[in-house]
Structure formats: C-alpha cells, structure tokens
Design a protein. Structure first.
Ligand code: ADP
Ligand code: ZN
Ligand code: ZN
Length: 726
C-alpha cells in the first residue's frame, strides 16, 4: 500500500458496521492506491481493528474535504478484488432498508453479508474461491444440454413424481396471468391447491428464458418445510446441476453460508432458497422473488434492523425489474388489501386457486361447544370418539395446543404461592419429564420444590395444561384401544422441547410419514406446512384464548393458524372425503369460527378490514413502536415520555405532530424479562411519509434524550417500523 500522499492515491468512501447508535451514519473516508468501483469489498482499519467494508460513494455525512484533515486519513488495507463489486441495485436496497427501518446503512449492509466474510483476508478468500471453482468444474453441469423447461412441456426429469404433473386449469390460469402481467402477484390458493407447483413452473419459465436468470424463493422457516426444499432441489438440480440450488438460513454453518452467498453473488446459483435473511442475497441477475406463506410473522425480523422481508421483496422486485409472487392460503390483511381490484386502488394482482388438488375436498370443520361438555374435560367425548374411529381405521390424528411443557403454572393448594419467575413478569412452566420449573423467557430452570416455598405445604399442583400433559392424558384415554394390527396406539409429541437436538424434528416427521404414529400431539409447529398424507383428523384443543387478546392482529393469526392446521388433514385423495377439523370452543358461534367452517377467508378478511378501517388501524394507518429497556419501568417510560415532550417543542418534529399521534409510554405486555424492564411508545399516522419523516427527525432527539441525566437507567432503545406485535 503506497503512502497516502503517493501519486494517484484517491479518497474512497467505505461503509463499515458502525456500532448501533454511534451516530456515525455515513461512510468513512480512506485512501486507496487507485479508484475502486462502488460496491467493492475492502478491508479497512478502524481504531485498533480491521473491518470488512463496502466502497460506498455519495452519501457521506462527513465530506472529507471540510471535516477531515486528509493527512490523518488512513489507507484501506486491501481490496477483495477477486469478487465482483456488489451491484447498484443491491446498494440501493440496503440504503432503502436502512432509511425505512431507521438504522445505519453500514449496519444493514454488513449484516447482509455472510459472517465468515467479515473475518477473511483477501488471500483466504482467494483460496476459497479457487476451491469452489475446482469443485464446480469437477461436477459436470447439465447446463450445456438444451433446456426444455416450459410451462406446457416440463422436461422429463427422472426424479420425483410431481415432475410430470398435468397442471390444473386453475394452476394454468395463474401461470398464464403471471406471464402476461407485471405483478406483483398475490397467489391466493387453498392449502393443497398446488401453489408450490405454480412457484416451480414460474421459476422454471424465467430460468429457461435466460441462461443467467436467478430466482429467490423465500420460506418462513426452512426446518419446518423440508419438503419444499426437497421439491425445488429435485426439480432444479436435475435441470441445472447440484450447485444451481443453494439454501440460505441461520441453521447453516458459517462456511456453508459463505459458499451459498458466493454462489449467488457469482451467478452460479440459479435458485436461492432461504428464510428472511435471503432477501438481501446478492443476486446480480435476479428475475423472480417468491414469498411462500407470505403472512407468516417470521418474515419480520425481531432484532437489529427490524425489517419485513416480504415488504422488502416487493421493493426489491420493483428496483431490479424482477417479478414478485407472494403466496398464501390466508394472506396477511395488508397483502389482501393491496390486492383489491385495481379500480379500487389495489397494487398487487390477485391470482386465485380455490380448489384443492384431487378430490377438491377441504376438511369438514366441526365445533364442540365446551359449555355443554363434562366440566373441566380436556378432550371432549365426541372428539375422543372421532379419534377412536380414526385409530380403528388405521388413520392418523393430529391434536394441537399452543403451549408446551406440562402445566403453565404450579400452585400451592393452601396459600397464594404460584411458580412466578423471580426475574420476569411471567410464570415458570412445569416440565414433568425432568421435574423442572422453567422460565420460557429468561431460561431460568430449577428443580420443582418438594413443598411450597412460601408455606411448606407439600401439596403443590399443576394448573392448566401444556402439550406434555396433553400427551399423558391422551395416553390414558387411548390406553385400551388397538390399531388394526392389534398393537397399542402410538402417540408422538412434537414441540420445541422434543426437537431441541439437531435432526430430531426430521426423524420425528419421518416416523409420522411412515405411519408409525397414530396420534400426533404438538404446538403450532406441527400445524404449518407439512405434507402429511394420512392425517384425517385435526383438532384444536383450546383455541379460544386468541379471541380475547389485546393484540389487534390476534384474530388474523388465529384464523391463519387454524386454516393451516385444517390444511394438514385429508391431503391424500383417498382419505380426503372423510377428513375433519375439530375445534373445542366455548364460543361456537363466534364469526371467526363461522368463517372458518365455510373455509371463507375472504369473508373473514372483509370483516377484519372493516373493523380496522373503523378503528384506523393498519393497513389504514401506519405505525412504529419505540421500545426502551431500562433498570426500572420509571426510567424506561421516563425516557420515552421525555423524548416525546422534546418532539413537541422542537420545530422539525413539532410541525409533523399535527398529522401524527404519539401515544404515552406504557409497559410492554411482557413488562420484565431477566430483570430488565421494558416499555414502549406507539407512533401512528395516516400517512407513511409523515411517519417516516417524523422518525428520521426524532432519531436525533432520542439519541440526545438518552444522554439526559434523568435517563441514566436506560439500557437500550430501538425503533420498530410496521411492528407486528403491539
Ligand atoms: P400447496 O403449496 O398449495 O399447499 P402443493 O403445491 O404442495 O400445494 O400441492 C399439493 C399436492 O398436490 C402436492 O403433493 C403436489 O405434488 C400435488 N400437485 C400439485 N399440482 C398438481 C397437479 N397439477 N396434478 C397432480 N398433483 C399435483
Ligand atoms: Zn403455600
Ligand atoms: Zn424468567
């Protein structure tokens, strides 16, 4: 590296990951021996450290010529020139996401790059690239043979039965529209209507149209949808080679993630399958983004930049001229609203596939009125009888309950003692299997006391029930029944506790698929995505809670969960006609259940949207939350309220307050976790632009408020734009 004063040396702006809230928002200036194209990855010194950075000209907050003495600037350490620079589109996506979600571009950009890249020298990177190139040339790619994938005549590949399907008229129509229109599209298709097949056809068509085209396929949680991954790999590896399909999710090792990233960045990967983080994958020839189960809350990040991968997918599609297809049987109300007719202002094109493949039968929804069942019964007699029928016929049932552990609370039968967590505003859950009391929020785990810690009474009893207790209860209820082969009934539980070890979920699912299990018990984990062929009965034991939640999105989530769960039943044509979804409820006439019974998402969505409109809630208003964590509630709330008062007295923010509502600070619903108090403040506006302008201006206020002596107890704060949990 030549000295700064060397002839030809030039000033270069480099984006690095500056610590959150350091208020260094722009790029930093360095000397470079020669001009570097924007988007080039470099290594630069910062203080005592050496960091990965991206050449990022233009928007520096500190123009080098005025604020900095060029003589004090340091040279970049190295340029990773073996890699092509990140594209202007990619940089625009990062800038947009940083601005919209109120973070620094440096944080967003560096978080979007594979972690291993951060610690690699250019020599190490060169070695890795060489190794990858060697591996790629060793595996002969079938890319050179003429591809014949087209919509009407899929290539006759050898693997997988689904490859030779004849499209249904609904599928064909959706695909035709996809080709004729620009989108974005919302594929609204019943569970089992063949949405995945449509995604694959659209992908195949775009990849076949150009030998460089790339597609990004996003799923909520890859571990929960191994089948989708398998189907995409089976189809596209057969066409373009094993390296052409890569995954991107947090369950991968750093080395695997880097390899996937490099494959996507170099264009070698034609299909990237990933979770929300994949929305930032560098894909220079991106032509299609698919967002499967677009309603799923896991597309919203809960830390760092709290971005919505679904919303960014729409933005990115427009930016890059790539088509975007969202898919769901129960779309988010936002996407549903955006896909209203264009004449009414809709911006997405809705493609509908109401029928199930094959028999076309969705399960019959049956409600058990728990007001008329034996008191405190868990599985009602009619539900038990229906399960017994399934067992006698050799069919499977699935029972789900959204609470893991044995019982959510232990209670003393004499005094008031309950198993509260000393560090959180929550009860510790009783896990019978290892006789522990565990806090699901801070992780505190202790052995169950022999006697009440408050009064010494040995009689402490479980209150309520979780999946562990439900499993035990079912084992008792079904003990005398036999399978058709004369064997006792086999029950299996799947939840976060049984699947903690890597690979256990897969092996448990495999056992369900091979029919070794008669009754499957679990949390919502089993209600999503899985293509169970032999389940003919799905039961929700106690779904009512969500009807009374204070979160305005709770009904939307419940409806979608129950529809998803119902979709697990009767996926095989031969058993579809007798498949049923059972709901045990004390509110059998509730409109949500009425709509569910008719499988009528549009009716449900219409009534929800009407309520939201009347209450001026999203999508009819725009929200952000500022959350603060502190040593005390007073400190957390005091910080937020002080920042709010300052906003009213400062001209740039005060001007916007006429079009914007700043609510008082309140404790979060989980007010204390691990001895940290949490409070939040809601900001709401009928205009997204006003909200955005206010937040950018208010950032500075929040920063300076934090340094006020009265806010000493504040630990951290963060803005969540378009929050999902309020
Ligand atoms: P969804 O994603 O809408 O739940 P899938 O795409 O998984 O539906 O399709 C459900 C099942 O139907 C899968 O087993 C799939 O292989 C099969 N399938 C999809 N399209 C067709 C078709 N046109 N003909 C026959 N089977 C199909
Ligand atoms: Zn007691
Ligand atoms: Zn706790």
């Amino acid at each position: 590296m030549p000295p700064p004063s060397a002839p030809g040396a030039c000033l270069t702006q480099v984006l690095v990951h500056t610590p959150a809230h350091s208020q260094m928002t722009g790029a930093l200036s360095y000397w470079s021996p020669a001009p570097l194209p924007p988007g080039t990855l470099v290594r630069v010194p910062l203080g005592q450290r050496e960091l990965l950075g991206v050449v990022w000209p233009g928007e520096s907050a500190t123009p080098p010529d005025t604020a900095l003495d060029p003589a004090k600037l340091r040279p970049i350490t190295a340029a990773l020139e073996a890699l092509p620079p990140l594209s202007p589109h990619w940089r625009a996506l990062i800038s947009f996401a940083a601005g919209y979600y109120q973070r620094t571009a440096g944080e967003v950009a560096l978080a979007a790059l594979p972690p291993q890249l951060r610690d690699m020298s250019s020599v190490q990177l060169g070695r890795r690239l060489k190794k990858l190139a060697k591996a790629a040339s060793a595996s002969v790619k079938p890319e050179t043979r003429p591809t014949q994938a087209s919509d009407t005549a899929p290539a006759p590949e050898a693997t997988g039965a689904s490859q030779s399907v004849r499209l249904t008229p609904e599928q064909q129509q959706a695909i035709d529209q996809f080709h004729q229109q620009a989108g974005p599209f919302l594929l609204f298709g019943a569970t089992g209507s063949g949405k995945t097949e449509v995604f694959m056809h659209c992908t195949a068509a775009l990849l076949a149209a150009s030998s460089e085209a790339q597609a990004l396929v996003m799923v909520p949680e890859i571990n929960l949808t191994p089948q989708l991954e398998a189907r995409f790999k089976a189809r596209f590896c057969a066409l373009y080679g094993d390296d052409a399909v890569v995954s991107m999710h947090s369950g991968m090792t750093p080395a695997q993630r880097l390899n996937s990233w490099l494959a996507a960045h170099s264009g070698a990967a034609r299909v990237v399958l990933g979770t929300r983080m994949a929305v930032f994958a560098s894909m220079p020839q991106l032509r299609l983004i698919v967002v499967d189960e677009e309603h799923d809350p896991s597309y919203k990040s809960g830390e760092g930049a709290r971005y919505s991968a679904r919303d960014l997918a729409i933005y990115r599609g427009r930016l890059e001229g790539a088509k975007v297809m969202l898919g769901s049987a129960t779309p988010s109300l936002e996407s549903w609203y955006h896909s209203r007719p264009a004449a009414e202002g809709g911006r997405y094109l809705r493609l509908e596939m109401p029928s199930r493949i094959g028999s076309g039968q969705l399960p019959l929804v049956r409600r058990v009125d728990m007001n008329h069942q034996p008191k405190s019964c868990i599985i009602s007699p009619p539900l038990l009888a229906a399960m017994a029928q399934r067992i006698a016929r050799g069919e499977q049932s699935m029972v789900f309950l959204n609470r893991r552990g044995y019982a959510p609370v232990l209670q003393c039968s004499d005094c008031d003692w309950k198993s509260e967590c000393p560090h959180c505003s929550a009860y510790r859950v009783f896990h019978k299997i290892d006789r522990t009391l565990r806090c699901h929020h801070c992780g505190l785990s202790e052995r169950v006391p022999r006697a009440c810690p408050a009064c010494g009474n040995p009689d402490i009893v479980p209150l309520g029930r979780g999946t562990e207790r439900l499993e035990e209860h079912l084992a008792e209820l079904l003990a005398d029944l036999r399978r058709p082969d004369g064997e006792p009934v086999r029950i299996m539980r799947i939840d976060a506790d049984t699947t903690r070890l890597k690979g256990t979920l897969e092996s448990q699912l495999a056992q369900v698929h091979t029919g070794e299990v008669d009754v499957l018990v679990g949390t919502q984990m089993i209600a999503k995505g899985h293509d169970f062929r032999r389940i003919t009965l799905v039961a929700a034991v106690n779904p009512d809670n969500a009807l009374f939640s204070s979160d305005f999105r709770a009904p939307e989530r419940l409806f979608s969960l129950l529809m998803q769960a119902a979709g697990r039943a009767g996926r095989d044509e031969t058993v579809a006609t007798q498949s049923e979804m059972w709901l045990q409820t004390c509110q059998p006439a509730h409109p949500l259940y009425e709509a569910l019974k008719k499988h009528d998402y549009p009716a449900f969505a219409a009534s929800q949207l009407k309520e939201r409109q009347q209450a001026a809630m999203p999508p009819f208003s725009f929200q952000a939350l500022v959350r603060a964590e502190a040593r005390s509630q007073e400190a957390a709330q005091g910080f937020l309220n002080l920042a709010s008062q300052t906003a009213a007295s400062q001209s740039d923010t005060a001007a916007l307050l006429a079009h914007l509502m700043l609510y008082p600070a309140v404790p979060m619903s989980m007010a204390r976790i691990a001895n940290i108090e949490r409070a939040q403040m809601l900001v709401e506006s009928p205009s997204r632009t006003v909200l955005q302008r206010f937040l950018s201006a208010w950032q500075g206020v929040l920063h300076s408020t934090r340094s006020d002596p009265s806010c000493k107890g504040v630990i951290r704060w963060a803005i969540d734009v378009d929050p999902l949990n309020i």
